[in-house]
Structures are given as C-alpha cells and as structure tokens.
Design a protein around this ligand. Structure first.
Ligand code: FFO
Ligand code: ATP
Length: 192
C-alpha cells in the first residue's frame, strides 16, 4: 500500500489504542528489545524521545532499563536543527537538560550537552508509523531518519520500534529510503 495512505491509517490505529493496550505493548516491546540487544555488542545506542501528547513508543522505559542495567552503554539522542530537515546528536545522561521543540519532542539542550558524531553510533532505534516485510518504513514524512542513517557507519544496526505488525509491502518508496535490519514489535523481533 502507498506510503501516504499507510501514514494516515497508522496514525488512526495508534489513536484508537486504549491506555491498557499502550502499556502492554510498550512492556512487550521493551522485553523483546532487551532480547535483541543482549546478542549485540553495543557501546553507543541512539534513541528518540517520545513526542509529548502523541501515542509513540515509550522509549523512556528502554532508557531507564539501559541506565540501570547496562550503565556502560552510552545513549545518544537527536535534536532537529531548526529550519532544516537535519538532526544533530547529543549524549543523554540522567542529568541532561531537556527542552521540548515545536513538535513537543524533548531534545537535549545543545548549550549544555555533549555533541556526538553519527559515526560513533553502533545501533539506532528508529520511530515509525508502519513498516513492511522488507524492512522499509513510513514515518511522519520529514525524511529525518533517511538523512541521518546515511551519515552513520555502514554496519550500524538499524532497529525500528512498532506497535503493530508488518505490512506486506510499502509502495511509493524513493531512492532515499533506508531499510532497517530489525523491527521490534510487541509480538516479537522481525529480522530483514
Ligand atoms: N519522538 C520522535 N522524534 C522524532 C521523530 C519521530 O517520529 N518521533 N522524527 C522522525 O522522523 C523526527 C521528527 N519528525 C517530524 C516530521 C514531521 C513533522 C511535521 O511535519 N509536523 C507537522 C504537523 C504534523 C502533525 O501534527 O500531525 C507540522 O509541523 O506542520 C514533525 C516532526 C525526528 N524526531
Ligand atoms: N537523504 C536525503 N536527501 C534528500 N531528500 C531526502 C533524503 N531522505 C529523504 N528525503 C526526502 O524527504 C521526504 C520525506 O521522506 P520520507 O517520506 O521517507 O519520510 P519518512 O521516512 O516517513 O520520515 P522520517 O524519517 O522523518 O520519519 C521525501 O521527499 C524524501 O525523498
């Protein structure tokens, strides 16, 4: 199905989730991600922070788990460079000062945080609305992650997080679309 149609359909599917379903799905995604990360050698992981007021995966749960159980793993988080479709990246620590951007996505304060280069990142957790059986995704449509992922090292592990299962095929992909290596859902780990 066409990317733009899937985007609208999955925004609605998300809005229709009950609070109980959201909690259960977040817990299952965190558990499944834990299993996936246990088999990887990761020093630095890049994690998006959930948009306030929207139904997104609660990555704070994943962040707490990493900070408590795997403190040597460094966590990086993106900041949209205002007026562009580019992101820069900062270390996320318990003491990091967060500022909400115009879309109510919390971001590290660029004045007081440590900036990192995409090349040092070993794994990226990727937000998405829908994904397909080949590992392609539909996001909010900014193209932020496609621009970012090509700046990472070639063997960076690209991990999508999804509330829902795969679509057969996303149509309307373009030459910039970067496929993921895995997608973690409440139902399991999909490898591409
Ligand atoms: N938590 C989180 N952070 C993320 C993403 C994400 O999906 N989730 N993104 C993933 O790439 C990027 C932000 N993506 C965005 C893409 C488009 C618009 C946008 O065009 N907003 C419209 C309003 C859309 C609406 O409210 O439905 C606008 O400002 O006009 C905003 C953010 C980077 N950070
Ligand atoms: N590396 C790039 N250089 C130039 N344009 C790009 C690049 N990556 C993506 N684009 C363009 O950005 C637009 C949005 O891309 P796309 O529909 O793939 O967004 P998305 O993956 O849903 O969003 P996001 O990555 O922000 O979650 C498209 O027109 C796409 O061609």
């Amino acid at each position: 199905m066409e990317k733009s149609i899937l985007r609208a359909e999955y925004l609605k599917k998300r809005m229709d989730l009950t609070q109980d379903e959201i909690v259960a799905k977040n817990n299952a995604i965190t558990e499944n991600l834990k299993l996936l990360l246990a088999g990887q050698e990761i020093k630095t992981i890049h994690i998006f922070l959930p948009q306030h007021g929207k139904v997104e995966i609660d990555t704070w749960q994943i962040i707490s788990l990493l900070q408590n159980s795997y403190p040597p793993i460094a966590i990086a988080t993106p900041r949209i460079i205002p007026g562009t479709k580019e992101m820069e990246h900062f270390l996320l620590k318990p003491e990091t000062n967060l500022i909400e951007n115009r879309w109510k996505i919390p971001e590290a304060d660029p004045e007081t945080s440590v900036k990192i280069e995409p090349q040092i990142i070993d794994a990226v957790l990727i937000p998405l609305l829908a994904f397909d059986k080949k590992g392609f995704r539909a996001g909010y449509g900014g193209g932020y992650y496609d621009r970012f992922l090509v700046q990472c090292k070639p063997d960076v592990v690209k991990i999508g997080l999804s509330f829902f299962e795969a679509e057969d095929k996303i149509d309307g992909l373009d030459r910039f679309d970067v496929a993921m290596n895995y997608c973690v859902t409440p139902f399991g780990i999909v490898q591409f």
